[in-house]
Design a protein around this ligand. Structure first.
Ligand code: ATP
Length: 348
């Protein structure tokens, strides 16, 4: 149930280059499902590999369970890692794949059998023991890889996009399964993904990364509702948060908070904008409207609104409407640093 801590952890692959991971301070909590989220190349895998002991840090410290592990081998760190490609041994049966790490560490046969049965029963794959990996579905292979990772009862679980080989439907069920499984065994997990839906759904907390640095650490609600800067605000959410650069302040609000006439009246304190709708998309459960702000300090800035299908109001392409955002849903960012700042008066 180890707690992982990194202190000023940095990796520079080539001297003179900017770091792949830069000064990362991170502290997981016991039994937590911690997700590393960021675009491609933001340093997630490098960070995970350093924690695992597969990549040597350029500087900084890694602690597991309060103990400095920089000089320990991956095996000595008591970690199990599951990669994007499960790398099962194709010529070995499921059972032999699962007991492989135990055999390698010299565990007696009888105990190996017991451990394999325990791991397999947790994942519901005992009936697959005699099959070869090629005779399994993608989801089953993933479960075998997980079983192989947990047989050693690791104190820490590191997962690098383990679901990315699955199709969309299987992925959703595998996600839920993996999440419940982690809660059941109670082992701290660090999970890498670039998929924000996965991060929001699975993470107890989410670490948002960009260019090797941590932009924000928080619960899914924290990072979505209270983004620390414009990067986090626009990386999370689809469509992303509207960002309107004004003369002294950047104003941001989510498309689902940018609401049409008839709703604003019930909102309490709010701010109104002219909204020139260019076109709308009908998505079944909701409508997404694209357009520009009309008039005032943000005239001509692009904006997007997202309206539940249950709100049946006519908003034709090309029309000029008055939309509104509740004051509490408006976020403010500093134009210099792009970091969150305290509420200001909104330029008229
Ligand atoms: P992805 O989601 O695409 O896997 P990531 O966030 O996991 O991306 P990393 O794989 O950690 O990102 O890569 C971070 C940066 O370090 C990238 O710019 C990458 O090109 C670079 N990098 C990674 N591994 C090496 C390496 N072995 N040698 C040189 N540069 C590397």
């Amino acid at each position: 149930m180890a707690v992982v801590e990194t202190r000023k952890l940095t990796k520079v692959f080539k001297r003179g280059n900017v770091g792949a991971v830069v000064n990362v301070d991170l502290q997981s909590r016991e039994g937590e499902f911690l997700v590393l989220l960021g675009p491609s190349g933001s340093g997630k895998t490098t960070l995970l590999r350093m924690i695992a002991g597969l990549e040597e840090p350029t500087s900084g410290e890694i602690l597991i369970g309060g103990k400095l592990v920089n000089d320990l081998t991956p095996r000595e760190r008591g970690i199990a890692m599951v990669f994007q490609s499960y790398a099962l041994y194709p010529h070995l049966s499921v059972f032999k794949n699962i007991v492989f790490p135990l055999k390698a560490q010299g565990m007696p046969k009888e105990r190996r059998q017991k451990q394999a049965e325990w791991a397999a029963s947790l994942l519901g794959i005992q009936h697959l023991f005699d099959r070869k990996p090629r005779e399994l579905s993608g989801g089953e292979r993933q479960r075998v890889a997980l079983a192989r990772a947990i047989v050693r009862e690791p104190s820490l679980f590191l997962l690098d996009e383990p679901l990315s080989n699955l199709d969309a439907k299987l992925r959703a069920s595998a996600r839920e399964e993996l999440e419940q499984f982690q809660k059941r065994i109670g082992t701290t997990a660090i999970y890498v993904t670039h998929d924000q839906v996965e991060a929001m759904a699975m993470g107890d907390r989410v670490v948002v990364m960009s260019q090797g640095a941590v932009r924000q650490i928080g619960t899914p609600a924290d990072v979505y509702d209270e983004p620390a800067d414009t990067f986090v605000a626009t990386f999370l959410g689809s469509p992303p948060m509207n960002i309107l650069p004004g003369p002294d302040v950047i104003v941001g609000f989510r498309p689902e908070h940018f609401l049409p006439p008839g709703v604003a009246e019930r909102m309490g304190e709010h701010i109104s904008f002219g909204f020139q709708i260019s076109h709308g998309e009908y998505l079944g459960a909701e409508r997404v409207l694209y357009g520009t702000i009309a008039g005032g300090a943000f005239d001509g800035r692009k904006a997007v609104s997202r309206i539940p299908a249950t709100h049946a109001v006519s908003l034709p392409d090309g029309s000029l409407q008055t939309f509104a955002v509740a004051l509490g849903d408006v976020k403010f960012f500093d134009p210099g640093t792009e970091k969150r700042t305290s509420p200001r008066s909104i330029p008229a």
